[in-house]
Every structure is written in C-alpha cells, then in structure tokens.
Ligand binder design. Structure first.
Ligand code: MV4
Length: 449
C-alpha cells in the first residue's frame, strides 16, 4: 500500500481524497495555489506545498511544479481527483517516469478514450452498442454529405477531440451541412488543436445514463450500476440520481454487461465510467468512457455502501477486486450547489460566505470545502458543495433533499439552492421524466424574501 499520496487538486474532491487516505492510514500532501492558502484541503492534509499563483495554468495544471512537490515531500503516489490533470496522458506518463504511481488511467488508456472516434471504433469491435454513423473520421465535405445521406437526417457532427459539446452540431437537412462542417471544424481546431470530425444519427431527447465500472490488473471487472445525469445545462450536470427512474432490471443488466465489455476490451484498470445515451425506447448507445473519478461518484457510494476512492487507491496499489457486480440497495440524489445566480443565467457569483449552516440528519451527506468566512476565488469551478441524500425510496430521497435544501444557509453569495428547491417540486422531475432537453424549457420562478 502507498505510504504518502499527493492530491493534485483543490476544493471538495481534495478533501474527499484526504478523508479516505486518513482512514486508510496513508499520509497526505496537499498542493495549493496562492488563491487557496486558506482552503480546508490545505489544513486537513498532513503537509501542504504551494505550487504557484492563482491561475490554474500556473498551479494546478503545472506538471513540473506538482512533480517537484511530490519529490520534495517523498510522495509515492498522486491522486488527480477530477478535472485539472486527471485525464492528461502526459501527466500520467511523467508520474510513471518519476516512479510516482498515478492513481488513474495509463497514458495509452487516456489517449485511446480521449479520441472519441477511435474510442467508438474500439467499442464497435468489442460488440458494445454505438450510435449508427460514419466509420472513422470524415475526410472532406463530400464524405460528410455522403455519410449524412446514408445515416439519414437528422445527424450529429462531433469533434473527435470533443467533450463538453464543443465542436458538436445537429444537422437537420443537407442545406445546413456545409456551414455546420466549416464552423464545427473551426471551433474544434481552436478548442483542441484537432479538427477531426465524425458523424452519427441524431438521437432526439436522449437520457444520459452512465455505468460505474472497476477493473484490476488481473483481468477482473465489475459494474456498480447506473447514474442518471440527464439534468444538465450547457453540458454541466446539475443533479444526478441512482437508480435511474427510467431504468428496468433488464436494461440495467444489459447496460452493465455492455459497460463490462467496454472495460474488458481496453483492459481497464481502476475505477471508470462508461457513458451511454438512452433513447425513449430504451435503446442504449456507448457515448464516452471517463477514466477518472467523477463528481457524482458519491451517489453510487451511497446506494452500494462502498468507498470508491478507497477502491481506486487499492486497485492502483495492485489489489484484486472480487469481480462481482453491485446493485442499488437504496435511492440517492445529488444536487450540485454552485456559486452561481440561477436567476441570472447561472452567472458565477464568487465572494465571501458571510453566514453558513449546512444541513444534517438521517440520510444527508454534504461534501464541501467551504465554511463561514471562506472566500470563493473567481479563478476556478463554481461548484462549492455537493448535497447528497439517501433513502429507501425515490420519493423519500426527494423529500429529504427538499428538507435539506431548505435548511441549507449560504449567505454573502448567490447559489443554485433555489433552483434545486424548485426542481424537487417539478412535476416532470417527480415523475422521473427528465431527459437532456429538460433544462431548455425549465423556468425558474422568482422568490420574494
Ligand atoms: C449526442 C446526442 C444526440 N445524438 N449524440 C453531448 C455531449 C457529448 N458528450 C455527446 N452529447 C450528445 N451526443 C447523438 N448521436 C445528444 C447529446 C447531448 C447530450 C448528451 C448527454 C447529456 C446532455 C446532452 C445535452 C445535449 C446534447
């Protein structure tokens, strides 16, 4: 087992990793930017090293500084959390070259899954269902036209280096193809330095349902059931739950097996997520594979009663997994509390928290790094807390969330709490009918106080 883990991240996930390390008897090293000197992850870790100024590119993304911090403190491993360097193949490789265990995917795995078109080809070969579409990259506009005709409109053009919706276009007729082809390629070139494009059938109003998986170095794989992440705004998840209200036992079995097939096809080691699009007829299609721990891993932990960070660390240290699958025993919901103003287009609202009281009681979990007096810096992600409920049934988990949200006091900044309070009362949500289109029509009612 590792003796000392450096956490190459900040905020709630840095704290989350530190907590598990403490329980496992592993020493921890925090790294922090000058803007984060007062952060809890700095205080809760055994050691802390300042790695640069506020700007991420000069601190949390600065590989040389993080490696130097690991060497100075004699850390034998690095946990990257999510975001930042968690899916950076260069970082994974450099850790390896320095004899530091990267608690995450290998460089080859990251690159293989990071290129969406080749990941899709890998999955087709493995027999994992994918959206019908072009084979490999589109060579030119002529090829794009031919593909679209074969697939049948509407089609979706996607950047192979994409993610977060960048370089993605819905095309409903041939008239719109050329303009979409040009603009999507330009967007992808600017965002990723890679203008490779592929095309597939456009799935109307899909659900985003992902399967948590794990694999070890002995070829054992398991799935840990699904998370429904359909409630998103501009490709930012807002609320996640498990089990999915759209799931059936049969579909879970099929998606679980497909996810294991995906993991086995690439000899996946560690914990990961296989994302699927699910259409209204419960057909499911491989979308992407994430090679990191995700923000929403918490709800899976709650329903299978299992510490996923501990599992991640154990697998990286060479432990075997049992190979048996996990099924939800409870219902769990997570609301992402962001420092944003939901009444003004979710505009970021950094600043000082003047008053803070977090909810508690049975079935409530709060993963956060904030406290009364804490100043949210403007440089990073706006998520400041994850509020998670767990209960026997979906109805109880929703009621519990409503109660917890109404107890939650965060003053001095705007937060997404009012949004979530309304979401918990929304008929479409209560009926379990939210698709990825839900937020396009959601209207937040102004509350007077
Ligand atoms: C799609 C799709 C419909 N049809 N692919 C969005 C992000 C990227 N990872 C894939 N995405 C989509 N791909 C086909 N063939 C709809 C989306 C999509 C979406 C997917 C999951 C969650 C939210 C979404 C919001 C808009 C579009």
């Amino acid at each position: 087992m590792f003796k000392k883990v450096l956490i190459a991240n900040r905020g709630e996930i840095a704290l989350r990793v530190i907590r598990t390390c403490k329980e496992m008897g592993i020493s921890t090293v925090a790294v922090y930017s000058k803007a984060d000197a007062d952060s809890l992850h700095v205080r809760f870790a055994d050691e802390a090293v300042c790695i640069g100024p506020a700007k991420s590119s000069e601190s949390y993304l600065k590989i040389s500084n993080i490696i130097a911090a690991a060497e100075i403190t004699n850390a034998d491993s690095i946990h990257p959390g999510y975001g930042f360097l968690s899916e950076n193949s260069k970082f994974s490789k450099i850790c390896d070259e320095h004899g530091i265990k990267f608690i995450g995917a290998s460089p080859e795995m990251i690159d293989g899954m990071g290129d969406k078109s080749s990941a899709k080809t890998t999955m087709i070969k493995a027999g994992v269902p994918t959206v019908p579409g072009s084979e490999g990259l589109l060579e030119d506009i002529k090829h794009a036209k031919k593909s679209a005709k074969e697939i049948g409109y509407p089609v979706m053009m996607k950047a192979t280096a994409g993610g977060g919706g960048k370089g993605m276009r819905i095309i409903r007729s041939e008239d719109a193809l050329e303009e979409a082809w040009e603009s999507a390629r330009q967007e992808a070139a600017a965002a990723f330095g890679n203008d490779g494009m592929y095309m597939e059938k456009y799935i109307e109003e899909p659900r985003h349902i992902e399967i948590q998986i794990a694999g070890d170095q002995f070829g054992n794989y398991c799935h840990m059931s699904e998370r429904d992440c359909s409630i998103q705004r501009r490709h930012q998840k807002l609320c996640e739950e498990t089990p999915s209200p759209f799931m059936t036992d049969k579909l879970r079995e099929a998606m679980g097996q497909a996810a294991i097939k995906a993991a086995a096809a690439v000899k996946y080691e560690g914990v990961g997520t296989v994302e699927f699009l699910v259409d209204k007829n419960r057909n499911f299609y491989f979308m992407e594979m994430n090679t990191r721990i995700q923000v929403e891993h918490t709800i899976t932990e709650e329903v299978i009663n299992f510490d996923l960070i501990k599992e991640q660390i154990k697998i990286a240290a060479g432990y075997k997994i049992s190979g048996k699958n996990y099924f939800p025993q409870m219902h769990s919901i997570q609301c992402r509390i962001n420092a944003e103003d939901p009444f003004n287009g979710f505009r970021p609202s950094p600043g000082t928290i003047t008053n803070y009281h977090s909810p508690g009681g049975h079935g409530i979990r709060v993963d956060t790094h904030v406290y009364a007096g804490y100043t949210i810096p403007p440089y990073y992600d706006s998520m400041i807390s994850k509020l998670i409920t767990v209960a026997q049934t979906r109805e109880e988990a929703i009621k519990k969330m409503e109660r917890a949200l109404s107890e939650y006091v965060i003053e001095g900044i705007k937060t997404t709490i009012p949004f979530h309070l309304q979401l918990m009362k929304d008929p479409t949500f209560i009926e379990g009918n939210c698709t990825t289109k839900f937020m396009e029509t959601f209207v937040l009612q102004e509350v007077k106080d």
